[in-house]
Ligand binder design. Structure first.
Ligand SMILES: Cc1cc2nc3c(=O)[nH]c(=O)nc-3n(C[C@H](O)[C@H](O)[C@H](O)COP(=O)(O)OP(=O)(O)OC[C@H]3O[C@@H](n4cnc5c(N)ncnc54)[C@H](O)[C@@H]3O)c2cc1C
Length: 207
């Protein structure tokens, strides 16, 4: 079916499949990075096709909700790590006559982090529960993706801030979490596109 996506498997190396270049990206969490690929005159046997010809997009859609949720889970772990590192620092570092964490400006950031982490965890749990009921969880996974990517980015940002100059070095993993979580608000659909899709369903009476 011309113009419709098809999923297939192909052994590598194959002269018809080329990696044109590997992109330099803000994040570093995917092994091997992200590549621009080209496919030219690729010939495959019929049994290389996964499922049916022309249904690739539909198959890919099925994995969207669980895949989004696994991104949310991974980044929730990163947020917890950033919060732990920031908390250790706030408990031990002294500034202006007392521990950093005894300054309200810092303890409030730790409290806001705890609330964002809690919110993200509850959104993940609820979406996982809806998926467990056998539903597609399109709305829930969209909401969770936006809630988690934005909440976790706030946690990374505050944690880096608490670490001061140390935060912008690569001496802790918080700098990397900050960069990686920025990309999370773009891939698997930017926040605006999820809001747009949710808004359209609300206005159309489907949600
Ligand atoms: C390195 C890399 C890795 C990726 N990995 C994945 C992945 O693992 N899984 C995956 O699904 N995708 C992945 N993507 C693709 C990613 O989901 C897209 O880049 C993203 O959906 C945005 O599409 P676009 O880049 O074409 O931006 P554009 O469509 O050009 O949009 C640019 C910006 O415009 C705004 N915008 C777009 N549409 C609307 C709208 N309807 N309403 C309001 N604002 C809007 C948003 O702010 C958006 O960020 C990856 C992309 C890159 C570069």
């Amino acid at each position: 079916m011309a113009g419709h996506a098809t999923l297939f498997l192909a052994d590598l190396p194959n002269p018809a499949i080329r990696i044109e270049r590997t992109l330099n990206t803000i994040e570093s969490s995917f092994t091997g990075g992200h590549a621009v690929m080209s496919f030219n005159d690729l010939r495959l046997p019929a049994d290389a096709v996964l499922g049916e010809i022309g249904k690739g997009f539909r198959y890919a859609q099925v994995r969207l909700a669980p895949a989004r949720l696994s991104h949310c889970m991974r980044w929730l772990g990163s947020a917890n790590r950033a919060q732990d590192i920031a908390t250790d620092y706030a408990r031990t570092r002294e500034a202006f006559g007392k521990k950093l964490g005894e300054h309200e400006g810092v303890s409030f950031m730790l409290a806001d982090n705890a609330m964002d982490i809690h919110l993200a965890r509850l959104a993940i749990w609820h979406t996982a529960w809806v998926l467990d009921q056998g539903q597609r969880a399109s709305n829930e996974s969209s909401m969770s993706k936006v809630i988690c990517s934005e909440a976790i980015a706030r946690v990374a940002d505050r944690s880096l801030q608490i670490l001061g100059g140390l935060g912008i070095t690569r001496d802790t993993v918080v700098e990397r979490i900050f960069r990686d979580t920025r990309a999370f608000r773009i891939y698997d659909g930017p926040s605006e596109v999820h809001r747009w899709a949710l808004g359209a369903r609300i206005v159309g009476g489907k949600m």
